[in-house]
Structures are given as structure tokens and as C-alpha cells.
Design a protein around this ligand. Structure first.
Ligand code: ADP
Ligand code: MG
Length: 693
């Protein structure tokens, strides 16, 4: 029985306009093992077409091709892949080695596709390469080899699976005459070892050396001559492959091998891949940093809100809403002056709260303007451009502007916010924050206490400007983490009120004084405090809590806006990243079309190609994720240092699950981005892919 039988084979190529081109026209021929066949014919006569049919790269033909008695047509996809992998070895004119793999890796690729153990396949390949005189080249890349060496590597790759048939399409077409002879010798050795070698050639000299010459013209065999002078060398040591080594395994490309192939390929274009990872990581970095900043701020604010409240006090101010919670359009021209309470408003609030208390069976009563009163008035305002404190010593004059003027909340003493040796300011006294103290050039707070400074505030009270200009004593320094770095002056409400009245009289205005903007109610404990706070929160939207609480709620409002903005920005940038990865992978598929063709010709299944490209997109995802994480950590660290030196605190809280999340997101989008390019690669037609230049 003949090894390869071809009967009545026709091949038509479909052309664009439903026309057909007849490339093979009733081909009838058969071959035996041990033959070294030269196929000759003019360019375009159908030689490659015939080789592709025999090699199982193209199944679209009519007629019979049978190998070892089996009809090729009856093979399912899987069997056809197996056939290419184990029965056939391809050798091409342009070598078609994979440039980013070493000589050894190129030769072991067919074994890798069968999931043969690393040590076993290397041993086998090194044996073979040694016999082909390439022992010293195994670590080189194909570009570092001469043409003859490259073709011997390609032949080694074709031989490694011990195929029965070697198909060589113009194997010496790109070689000089000396090298051509060496390669021919090698092919002859292979044929003499009992394999069927079919090669396409243009060279008459080459053809003459073979055992049989078949001539094709216009898709027909017009000549078939056996070379009577051909001497078969039957020396047994011609065996290049140790066939008895191990039965051919039935494995497939493993994820691990695919990972290795992908890493090698990515390493070959590392700059491109690193830049892409950097591009993708930018969206991850911004996401991680924004989340960390959000978490840092939220955490910071919530500890502040805790620090600055007292379980024994309810603080009330006016909010920017009406009772129903709708925002009031600001009519006041001066945003620095807070909303003030009229006397009747205070009475009304006290009444309402007392009713609430009694209806909740709480015995506590708010007493206002009674003997044992437990409601203190307060005031706070921005004095950003109008308040200064000057401190004159014998040889220097130091000035600090005051950004905020605040009547001391009564619980500040209780919270230990005030330096121990000092006392809460009273008549003709003020307290200062650390930052304000520093500007006065007094480093030690102990030395500041009792010092006289000049206080000057221009303020607008009920639409008239007045100026307070007074010498006052520093009674204490207020040390709070929230306000220490701000320029703040704390004064007694009554004292501030008297100063205002005095200035009004000096300027000939009726002495109205200030009205309070803060109400502090001292309760009998936490339970009452919570009850009142909850009532105000739910039923009096026109009121809000302390400055600190307002700050906290303002921040949380900002944070939620910020989160939405962040989500949108991250979403867009991740989408951009997704498109970017898709484009890069898609380009990589077209760049590697030939490689895909080669892989298919040596038996890679669709699944294997898919796996290789999917693995690569997975790696890009991991690489981008890690790049993002590393840069986030670096940038977060730098940002923390900067914020710490500017603000005195760094509201950056990097939670471990942001990093896991970023990695997952990046892997997910990369894998998604890889879906289309991978399946495109898997679907490439091997013949087209091999023709690709
Ligand atoms: P050879 O290898 O003998 O030079 P080929 O087998 O490559 O020739 O091609 C035989 C003929 O078939 C040529 O005329 C070529 O143009 C045509 N042909 C090859 N591949 C295709 C294809 N994919 N589509 C259409 N025509 C093709
Ligand atoms: Mg050809």
C-alpha cells in the first residue's frame, strides 16, 4: 500500500465575484515512504496548492487524498490538527521561525503543543539539533543565524514529532548554492531514513538529486520521472529521530506553556507592552488615589466630628435650608457673616424643643433667660480679609491675620482643647490657635499667656461697617487638630458683643450689638443630647449643628458628588483602556499572522491559538494592574508627604481591597479586550496566514 495516494483531485479558489479559479485539475499521483520527490513547475502552476492539500492545511477540494490508507476528507477538525502535528512536518522557503523564541524553543514548539515535559522535549530537541550540527546555536534567536542554519532549525522543527511525511515548499529558494547542497543532503538523509519527503523546487540541480521528479503545469501533472541514478543510503545511523523513545503523547498546549510563550512574546516587545500597561494603569492609579483620598477625608472628618462634639451639649445654628429642607437662595451680600437668630426665634425653638422633650417623657427642660439658664449664645464669622492681631515687642512688630473669629464653645474646656495653664477668655481677653501664635513669632504657648496684643477687626454689622480696635490679653492657646493650622481667634460672646456696641457708639450708630449665630444647650446627658439632635435633624431642616458638624456634612456631600464624578471619570478612562488594549492586541494579531500560520501548520488547534492570545491579554491585565498598584503606592506616598507638610495631615487612606479591585478590574477589561482579537487569531485560515507577508 502506498503511503500517500492522490486521486482525481480538483481544487478551485473562490474569487471575489463568485467566479472560481481552477488551481488543480484532476491530479492523480501516489508516493511511497523513503522517496525524495521534487515537484517542479512554473510559478503559479499549483505546486503550493498541492502541498497545502497534502499537509491538511486546506480541506476544500474534490477527489481523494489518502494517507496510510485513511481518507483525509473523513478527518474531523481535531484529527486534522493531530495529523498536522504528528504525521506532517512543514518546511518553508522563508524558514518561518518564530523570531522571539530561541532556536531550542522553536524546535520544541510542536512538542509544547502536545504538552510534553520540559526536560523530555529539550533532551529530544538538543539531540536532534546536535545531529544537525546546531548544538552551539540552541540559545540563539533566529535573527542571529545564517540562512542555512535557519533552514536546518526549521527542518529540526519539522522532524521533532517524527512525522511520516516532510513537505518542503522551496526549501532552498532563499539559500546560496553551497548551503543548498547541505540542506539537500539533509533532506536526502531524512528520506533515506524511511520518510516521504516532498519538496517543491525551481532548481534543476536540486531536482536532479532527488529520487523522483514530478512536473506540474496549469494544475495538471505533465511529467513523473523516477531517477534511476538515485542511491539510497540505508545506513541505520541516519536516523535523526529516536523513534523508540516514547509513544507520541496526546496532550495539548497547557496554560503554563501558553503563559511562557506569551511572556516571551511580550518580552520581545517590552517597550510597547510597558507603555500600554502604563496607559491602562493611569485610569487605575486615578481610581485608587481618588478612592484613597475619599476614604482618608471621610475618616478624617468623622473623627473630627466625634472630637468636636460633646455628649452634654446640643449646638444649634441656622442652615441654608428652610424648614422643608429646600435650599434658601442667598440674599445676604456678605457670605462671611453667619445667619443670626432673632430673640423670638430663639424662644420659639426653645419652646418647640421643650415640647418634644416632654412628649418623649424626658424631664429635662431648656431654661433660657431664667436663673439657672442652660442655653449659651455664641457667634462665629469669617474675618478673612479684615481681622488682624499685632504683637509688639521692643524690637519687632509681628502681625497675624485672623481668618476666623469664633466664640469659644463652652465644652472646649471639658474637651481639653485649651492649654492647661491658661483659661477660657473672658472680658478683654482672647485665645488663639497655634498657627496664629506662630505668626506672632511666639513659639512657646506658655510665654504667650498674659501677653498683650492689639486686636483690629473691620466688620459689617447690619449693613454698617464698624471697626473694633482694642488691646487684649492672650488667656490661652487652643489646640485642636482641626483648627490648629488655621488662623483662628476665640473670644467670649459677651465681650465681642460689648466691643461691637462700643464701636457702634463711637461711630454714632445705635448700639444694637451682635445677634447670636450659635446656640449651645447644656443637657443632662447623652440621651437628651441625642433626642434633641435627632429631632432637629428630622424636623428642623432650617437648623443645623455645630460648625464642625456642618463641616462634616458639607464634606460628606462633597464626597458623594466627588464619588459620582470619580465613577464617571474612571468608567470613561477604563473604557478608553479597553479600546486601547483591543487595538494593540488586534495589531499584534496582524503582526503575527505568519506566526499563527506556522503554529497551525505544526498542529496548533484553534483553541491553542485562542489560549495563547487570551493568556497574553491576561498578562497585559496583570501587568497593567501591577503597574497601577506600584505607581499608586509611590504617588500616594509622595502626596502624603506633600499634604502632611502643607496641611499637617494627609487624608489618604489606601485600603488593601482597592488594590485587589484595581487588579481585578484591569484583568477583566484586558481579558474582555482580548476576546475579539483572540478569536480572530484562532479563526485565521492557515493557508492565508502562511501567505501573509
Ligand atoms: P505555485 O506554488 O506553483 O507557484 P500556487 O499553488 O501558489 O502556485 O498557486 C496556483 C494558482 O492558484 C496561482 O495562479 C495562484 O494565483 C492561485 N491561487 C493561489 N492561492 C489563491 C487564493 N487564495 N485565491 C485565489 N487564487 C489563488
Ligand atoms: Mg508556491
Amino acid at each position: 500500500m502506498k503511503e500517500l495516494v492522490i486521486q482525481n483531485v480538483f481544487k478551485d479558489y473562490k474569487l471575489a465575484n463568485k467566479e472560481k479559479f481552477n488551481a488543480l485539475n484532476d491530479v492523480n499521483i501516489s508516493f511511497e515512504k523513503g522517496e525524495l520527490v521534487s515537484i517542479v513547475g512554473e510559478s503559479g502552476s499549483g505546486k503550493s496548492t498541492l502541498m497545502n492539500l497534502i499537509g491538511g492545511l486546506d480541506s476544500d477540494y474534490r477527489g481523494l487524498i489518502s494517507i496510510g490508507g485513511k481518507d483525509l476528507k473523513s478527518f474531523k477538525n481535531k484529527q486534522l490538527d493531530d495529523y498536522r502535528k504528528k504525521k506532517i512536518g512543514f518546511v518553508f522557503q522563508s524558514f518561518n521561525l518564530i523570531s522571539h523564541l530561541s532556536v531550542l524553543e522553536n524546535v520544541t514548539i510542536p512538542l509544547t503543543l502536545s504538552n510534553i515535559k520540559e526536560s523530555e522535549k529539550n533532551k529530544k530537541a538538543i539531540n536532534l539539533l546536535t545531529k544537525l550540527g546546531l548544538k552551539d546555536q540552541i540559545k540563539k534567536k533566529p535573527t542571529q543565524l545564517s540562512g542555512g542554519q535557519k533552514q536546518r532549525v526549521a527542518i529540526a522543527r519539522a522532524l521533532i514529532n517524527d512525522p511520516d511525511i516532510i513537505l518542503a515548499d522551496e526549501p532552498t529558494g532563499a539559500l546560496d548554492s553551497t548551503t543548498t547542497l547541505q540542506i539537500l543532503d539533509l533532506l536526502k538523509d531524512i528520506a533515506d531514513s524511511g520518510k516521504l519527503v516532498i519538496m517543491v523546487t525551481h532548481s534543476e540541480r536540486v531536482a536532479k538529486i532527488s529520487s523522483r521528479i514530478v512536473e506540474i503545469s496549469d494544475g495538471k501533472i505533465i511529467n513523473d520521472v523516477v531517477n534511476q541514478n538515485y542511491k539510497r543510503n540505508t545506513n541505520s545511523n541516519n536516523n535523526l529521530i529516536d523513534t523508540n523513545e516514547k509513544a507520541k503523547k496526546d496532550g495539548h498546549l497547557s496554560f503554563f506553556s501558553s503563559l511562557k510563550l506569551s511572556i516571551l512574546n511580550m518580552w520581545a516587545s517590552k517597550t510597547k507592552n510597558f507603555l500600554m500597561a502604563l496607559g491602562v494603569s493611569i485610569s487605575l492609579i486615578s481610581m485608587i488615589l481618588m478612592l484613597s483620598f475619599g476614604a482618608g477625608l471621610t475618616g478624617y472628618i468623622s473623627t473630627l466630628a466625634e472630637d468636636y462634639s460633646s455628649p452634654n451639649y446640643v449646638t444649634i445654628s441656622k442652615s441654608d435650608k428652610d424648614k422643608d429642607g429646600n435650599k434658601i437662595e442667598e440674599s445676604s451680600s456678605n457670605p462671611f457673616i453667619p445667619k443670626m437668630f432673632e430673640e423670638n426665634e430663639i424662644l420659639e425653638i426653645v419652646d418647640e424643643l421643650n415640647n418634644t422633650l416632654s412628649s418623649n417623657n424626658n424631664d429635662f427642660l431648656i431654661n433660657y433667660q431664667k436663673e439657672n439658664d442652660n442655653l449659651t449664645l455664641g457667634f462665629s464669622m469669617m474675618t478673612m480679609f479684615s481681622g488682624t492681631i499685632s504683637y509688639n515687642t521692643q524690637d519687632s512688630k509681628n502681625e497675624s491675620s485672623i481668618v476666623y473669629t469664633y466664640t469659644t464653645p463652652p465644652y472646649y474646656n471639658e474637651n481639653n482643647f485649651i492649654t492647661k495653664t491658661g483659661h477660657i477668655s473672658e472680658e478683654n481677653e482672647i485665645m488663639l490657635s497655634y498657627a496664629a501664635l506662630k505668626l506672632l513669632n511666639i513659639e512657646d504657648p506658655e510665654l504667650a499667656i498674659g501677653e498683650t496684643v492689639n486686636l483690629k477687626i473691620n466688620m459689617n454689622v447690619f449693613d454698617t461697617n464698624i471697626t473694633i480696635n482694642k488691646d487684649v490679653k492672650i488667656s490661652a492657646i487652643v489646640d485642636t487638630s482641626l483648627f490648629s493650622n488655621m488662623l483662628i481667634m476665640y473670644v467670649d460672646y459677651d465681650f465681642l458683643n460689648n466691643c461691637v456696641k462700643e464701636s457702634q457708639i463711637n461711630e454714632g450708630i445705635s448700639p444694637t450689638g451682635l445677634k447670636p449665630s450659635l446656640l449651645f444647650i447644656k443637657t443632662d446627658g447623652k440621651e437628651t443630647t441625642d433626642l434633641l439632635n435627632n429631632y432637629i435633624k428630622n424636623y428642623r431642616k432650617d437648623l443645623s449643628g455645630s460648625i464642625e458638624e456642618q463641616l462634616a456634612s458639607m464634606f460628606s456631600e462633597m464626597m458623594s458628588t466627588f464619588s459620582i464624578a470619580m465613577a464617571i471619570i474612571s468608567g470613561i478612562s477604563l473604557f478608553v483602556a479597553l479600546i486601547m488594549i483591543t487595538v494593540v492586541l488586534y495589531m499584534s494579531v496582524s503582526e503575527r499572522t505568519k506566526e499563527i500560520g506556522v503554529l497551525k501548520s505544526i498542529g496548533a488547534r484553534k483553541k491553542d491559538i485562542h489560549l495563547i492570545f487570551s493568556t497574553e491579554s491576561l498578562l497585559i491585565g496583570i501587568l497593567s494592574g501591577l503597574t497601577g498598584i506600584i505607581f499608586s503606592l509611590i504617588l500616594g506616598g509622595i502626596l502624603s508627604v506633600i499634604l502632611n507638610s502643607v496641611l499637617g495631615f494627609a487624608p489618604i487612606n489606601m485600603l488593601w481591597y482597592y488594590f485587589i479591585g484595581a487588579l481585578l478590574i484591569s484583568v477583566t477589561i484586558s481579558v474582555l479586550a482580548g476576546l475579539y482579537p483572540s478569536s480572530k487569531a484562532a479563526k485565521l485560515d492557515p493557508v492565508d496566514a502562511l501567505r501573509h507577508e
